[in-house]
Design a protein around this ligand. Structure first.
Ligand code: ZN
Length: 324
């Protein structure tokens, strides 16, 4: 008999089985319809299918069902995809080099801000690892900022692309990375919420870091998603839809949504102390296929969010922790 690609799970952070439902399958299907309509209004005609990637067609399918842990407020899929099903989704969807080049160009500038924040916490220079380096935008931004970062990515195509750009990239997950001496920083900007086993990844990061080294993860706020999705049908419907869609949170195409408590539990039990929390929006997703109005709207929405939504009230949160 063939195994289904799904399995039931306890909370992937604290192990509790006590949870409440956040969204069932019908609710997610309705979000998916709204997401298509949202982008349909903002994209020019004739957009090539590949460019829809990471906008309406994500590497991962929307969840069957989302729940919130009653112990640590973590949001997770239950049932969730089995480990082998997750890896297969990524390799299948790794884009062609010309799409990676486009992502590299779009994201390099946005990552300069992250490289600068990392320097504030971790120092002017050092050696680091970025897990989930993908097109290599951050590796380049870190090099521009004076840091020497190597990458790791489970996509062979993405790893090969970055190597051609002059970076050292391990093809595989964090436990495949070998460092000659302890690192000063480990960053997981955009894939931590997609990992099957985030506990093992944190343990691996601690092993790679020197004492006092910096570990930073950038994650979607489960609290933000839950709070705004409940407003999708009320008087704030238009606001809620924009806040969620411009931040790639509508349909929640992630494995996990973090809370202050769940991330604190995850890090403090594995040798880290949180030293800084920075609330942010998603990197810009508009490009030449987005209508002018669509682009302007995204800019305005994200500027307002940066003014008004701080720390764990923001859609995306960067959490900096020190190895102790
Ligand atoms: Zn939990």
């Amino acid at each position: 008999m063939r195994r289904t690609p799904y399995e039931l799970t306890a909370c992937p952070v604290c192990g509790s089985k006590e949870a409440v439902e956040v969204a069932d399958r019908d609710a997610i299907v309705r979000e998916r319809e709204r997401l298509w309509e949202f982008h349909d209004r903002r994209l020019r005609e004739g957009i090539p299918p590949a460019r829809l990637m990471d906008r309406v067609a994500f590497s991962q399918e929307p969840p069957l069902r989302l729940v919130r842990c009653l112990e640590c407020a973590h949001i997770y899929r239950n049932p969730r995809e089995r480990e082998e099903a997750l890896g297969a989704a990524y390799e299948r969807d790794a884009p062609e080099p010309d799409v990676l080049q486009k992502l590299f160009d779009t994201q390099r500038e946005a990552y300069a801000a992250q490289a600068s924040r990392l320097k504030d916490v971790a120092g002017e220079s050092g050696r680091g690892l970025e897990v989930g380096s993908y097109a290599g935008g951050f590796l380049a931004a870190a090099r521009d900022a004076g840091w020497d970062f190597q990458g790791a990515d489970i996509s062979e195509r993405a790893a090969a692309f970055s190597e051609r750009n002059g970076f050292v990239v391990t093809c595989g997950s964090i436990d495949k990375v070998i460092a000659a001496r302890p690192l000063d920083a480990v960053a997981i900007w955009n894939t931590f919420e997609q990992l099957y086993d985030s506990r093992a990844a944190v343990t691996a990061a601690r092993t790679l870091l020197r004492k006092g080294g910096t570990f930073v993860v950038r994650v979607p706020s489960g609290r933000f998603y839950e709070r705004w999705r409940t407003r999708l049908d009320g008087p704030l419907s238009g606001v809620a839809e924009r806040l969620l869609a411009h931040n790639n949170l509508l349909t929640f195409p992630y494995q996990q949504g973090f809370s202050r408590r769940s991330l604190d539990v995850l890090l403090s039990e594995r040798g880290f102390q949180v030293v800084r929390v920075f609330g942010d929006t998603l990197v810009p997703i508009a490009d030449e296929w987005t209508t002018l109005i669509g682009r302007a709207e995204e800019r305005i929405v994200k500027r307002l969010e940066i003014l008004l939504q701080h720390g764990w009230h923001a859609p995306w949160v960067e959490v900096y922790a020190r190895a102790i």
